[in-house]
Design a protein around this ligand. Sequence first.
Ligand code: MG
Length: 162
Amino acid sequence: MMRVGIGYDVHRLVPKRKLILGGVEISHHLGLLGHSDADVLTHAIIDAILGAAALGDIGTHFPDTDARYEGMDSLVFLRDIAAKIRQFGYEIGNVDSTVVAQRPKLAPYIPQMRATLAQTLGIAVGQIGIKATTSEGLGIVGEEKAIVAQAVACLSNKGGQT
Ligand code: MG
């Protein structure tokens, strides 16, 4: 059985924070604000995977009111979620994603992001897509107030629990 999930996230861009996308630190004068490391791409992917398994969302698994998760590396969340869905009999078919950011240019970082996320999820690099686009200067992304990420995940379940 195949199951599809979607994920969406947005984080505010502010000074004096690191910019981490897909587990990779990106050189930029602004970073993303959040309780964890605010890795908006990893968060969208987590929600896509959880959504495909109908297992809630990132907030139900890792509440931002929990002090343990302050400044947390979001790859830890991703690894935990991948283990959780496997306990339910799911395997990841593929993940695809889009990051919407006005700046900086993300293309040079995409190979490293794919490698990092694939390794964390225990899948091949060929099973994860990442695209980057701008919003043509429009809205919160265009004004460089935020970065948005969207993801889809396809899971298969070999007839185990759901
Ligand atoms: Mg988030």
